[in-house]
Ligand binder design. Structure first.
Ligand code: ATP
Ligand code: MG
Length: 582
């Protein structure tokens, strides 16, 4: 266990703000992370996320430690030490500077998980420019929309994705450079674009990091688009305090750990926890270029001896579908700690982890906007399956009513709200200050999620604001109904919506996909309704169930209930830029 961990978690539910972290500045003192003291000419000190994640470790004599174990889609492995990372990122930073990129310029990354993507992220941060990652599976339209909204000046992409960028280039007056990474040595880069290899070849391995302060922009992430048009949440360099602290106390990262985060950097988990948290803690991490495959994933854990694993409910449900026996066929004895984020983790998933890995799965909650984990099941705390856990020390979370007033009565449903005074909190929605302002009430940031808090301070997810169902005056949590459905052996995944109804206002309607070996039938539909009625009662159980082949999901794996609803009602589907293709 991490030193000091017990103290910070022990009383977390009794104290609103744990004393250990009540003052974020104290935590910052744990590092020698300012740029060299002689250069400290700003009152707050200077620091830079890339310096904290890379250079600091080299300066502390850990340059030879492995930072990245990269596994290609084909299974080849390359390793990069912190010293290698420093050299590559410095070279790229020099190249960008040479192109005239300036502090706060928006640099977009549109690439698969290859080493140069990571060098480009930290090289860009060293110049003081803002990184804006995009899902590599986006088509040209979503790229256009986001680059245009953020007035991006650079796009970094790969030969495979370049044609998509070329299609929209003429419509982006702000775009000055397209840099191509990951092309084969000796291969020509299409005219009009810049070649990463050529740009960095003779660049110096020394770079004078831009004088960034804590409140300077660092990362802009577009939200997942689960509930509507994605928003460009902008963060500052100070956020790394949150990444470091949660990496240490929630991810429980230790010096010799091998860590693996399965999220793509196209969404925030892939940067905050696929780059900043592990590397600010100086930990070695595995990065896999390949996509999901139950066997591939288990082989990856066994091959690299992964200890700490951070993944998502959608992946866990797929692993469940592949069966616990598939897990048991691999040597997963290195695993010490498994976590999940992105959607509610059904209690069934937590318990399945225990069965398949001998380890429960720890759920935690946060958002693109919060930049770092806010509520978590910690390693030292008993898990309550189905709960998101308790607030991170230094984070004040509450349930508030529609007027933004705190509700203290346990297990009362309301909006999950946070005091917005922590370092990783977003500072605006880019070019949409009005929407940003609308998220605050009585000093609370209103998350847009409905939840409950029990008497011991554990938070329980109910649903997103738009997803909570009102049936005959009774509020139903889609998550609760979905969790009940997937407890049935025939059900692989479930998405639940409120369907308008003239008498009940809404009725509960469920869409389910089936586990292997089951076939749709009237009998099965009736069995599922009965199963839910027995467990949840007739007021909460679905009145209608449709058995379908796949559920619409975002590319980060979240069930898009708004699409299920739009399709059910024959309404326009709205923004589908983040919809995963079948
Ligand atoms: P958009 O805001 O564009 O609709 P999004 O909210 O899905 O997209 P993200 O910031 O990636 O974008 O996701 C955060 C949301 O994901 C949370 O607000 C919550 O609804 C859901 N979520 C994340 N983790 C959990 C969890 N552990 N339990 C329940 N819900 C979670
Ligand atoms: Mg959101």
């Amino acid at each position: 266990m991490v030193t000091g961990y017990a103290e910070i978690t022990k009383d977390v539910h009794a104290l609103k703000r744990a004393p250990y972290l009540a003052d974020w500045a104290k935590l910052r003192e744990e590092w020698s992370w300012d740029l060299p003291k002689s250069e400290l000419d700003l009152p707050d000190g200077l620091y830079n996320l890339a310096h904290e994640c890379i250079d600091r470790h080299v300066e502390a004599g850990r340059g030879d430690k492995r930072a990245m174990i990269w596994q290609s889609a084909g299974g080849d492995v390359e390793t990069y030490t912190f010293a290698d990372m420093r050299a590559h990122t410095n070279r790229f930073a020099n190249a960008l500077k040479g192109l005239g990129v300036q502090k706060a310029d928006r640099v977009f990354l549109f690439a698969d998980r290859i080493p140069e993507l990571y060098f480009a992220v930290f090289g860009t941060l060293k110049t003081g420019a803002i990184i804006a990652p995009l899902f590599s599976a986006f088509g040209p339209e979503p790229v256009l929309e986001r680059v245009r909204r953020a007035e991006g000046s650079v796009i970094i992409t790969t030969p495979k994705l370049l044609p998509k960028v070329e299609q929209i280039r003429g419509e982006l007056p702000s775009l000055k450079h397209v840099i191509v990474i990951g092309h084969r040595e000796g291969a020509e880069v299409a005219e009009g674009n810049l070649d990463y290899r050529a740009l960095t070849k003779d660049a110096s391995e020394q770079f004078d990091i831009e004088r960034t302060g804590p409140e300077d922009w660092s990362v802009m992430h577009f939200t997942s688009g689960t509930t509507g048009l994605p928003k460009g949440a902008a963060h500052v360099h100070n956020a790394v305090i949150g990444h470091y602290a949660t990496g240490k106390y929630v991810l429980d990262l230790h010096e010799d750990d091998i860590y693996w985060c399965t999220a793509d950097p196209g969404w925030v988990t892939g940067t905050s926890y696929g780059m900043f948290a592990p590397w600010s803690n100086g930990v070695t991490q595995v990065i896999d270029e390949g996509g999901f495959g139950a066997r591939r994933w288990y082989e990856t854990i066994a091959r690299h001896g992964v200890n700490v694993w951070y993944t998502a409910p959608t992946a866990i449900r797929l692993l469940m579908k592949a069966g616990a026996n598939t897990a048991r066929e691999h040597d997963l004895s290195s695993l010490r700690y498994v976590m999940s984020v992105g959607e509610p983790l059904n209690p069934e998933g937590v318990v399945w982890g225990q069965d398949a890995f001998d380890l429960p799965i720890h759920d935690n909650w946060w958002q693109t906007e919060t930049g770092a984990i806010m509520v978590a099941n910690y390693p030292s705390m008993p898990i309550r399956p189905g709960s998101m856990g308790r607030p991170f020390p230094g984070i004040e979370a509450a349930i508030v009513d529609d007027e933004g007033r705190e509700v203290t009565e346990p297990m009362t449903e309301g909006s999950l709200a946070l005091r917005p005074d922590f370092p990783s909190m977003f500072r605006t929605y880019w070019n949409d200050q009005e929407r940003y302002d609308s998220r605050f009430q009585h000093g609370w940031y209103i998350s847009g999620d409905k939840a409950k808090r029990d008497a011991d301070g554990y938070f329980w997810f109910v649903g997103r604001d738009d997803d909570v169902i009102n049936t005959a005056g009774h509020l139903v949590s889609p998550f609760e109904v979905e969790s009940c459905l997937i407890e049935h052996e025939a059900v692989a995944e479930a998405g639940v919506i409120g369907k308008p109804d003239p008498t009940a206002m809404e009725i509960v309607k469920a869409f389910v996909t089936l586990s292997e070996g089951y076939e749709a039938s009237e009998q099965l539909r009736r069995d599922l309704i009965r199963h839910c009625r027995d467990k949840l009662g007739p007021g909460t159980a679905p009145r209608e169930i449709a058995i379908i082949d796949t559920l619409p999901k975002t590319r980060s794996g979240k069930i898009m209930r708004r699409l299920l609803k739009a399709r059910e009602l024959g309404l326009p589907e709205g923004d589908t830029s983040t919809l995963e293709e079948d």
